[in-house]
Design a protein around this ligand. Structure first.
Ligand code: FES
Length: 99
């Protein structure tokens, strides 16, 4: 991560809507961080490219149009997850996701 507040607190283009229409889940980098850009309905969401359950890149997942689905355990991440984690979640807390 680049600790420059002038860059962090600014807008940066990371994908076009046309790209998200063609591929609704995109992985890219911004300011030294891996991020996932995904289309959720008529909005684009940008998250850290990380599922904290087992560290999988969410950009390898898919979307059903309303949630971003982790490619490893297929856990759906709704838009309100934001960071793709629930409060208090830690590795191993979703062991039932492997079934
Ligand atoms: S690694 Fe994403 S749900 Fe398990």
């Amino acid at each position: 991560m680049i600790p420059d507040p002038l860059l962090i607190n600014d807008w940066h283009p990371v994908a076009s809507w046309q790209q998200l229409e063609a591929a609704p889940v995109l992985g890219t980098r911004l300011l030294g961080e891996d991020i996932v850009v995904w289309r959720c309905g008529d909005q684009a969401l940008v998250w850290q490219d990380l599922c904290i359950h087992r560290g999988t890149r969410l950009s390898l997942g898919k979307t059903d149009g309303e949630t971003l689905i982790c490619p490893y355990h297929a856990r759906p991440h709704p838009p309100e997850d934001g960071s793709a984690s629930a409060a208090g979640e830690r590795p191993g807390s979703h062991d039932d996701a492997r079934r």
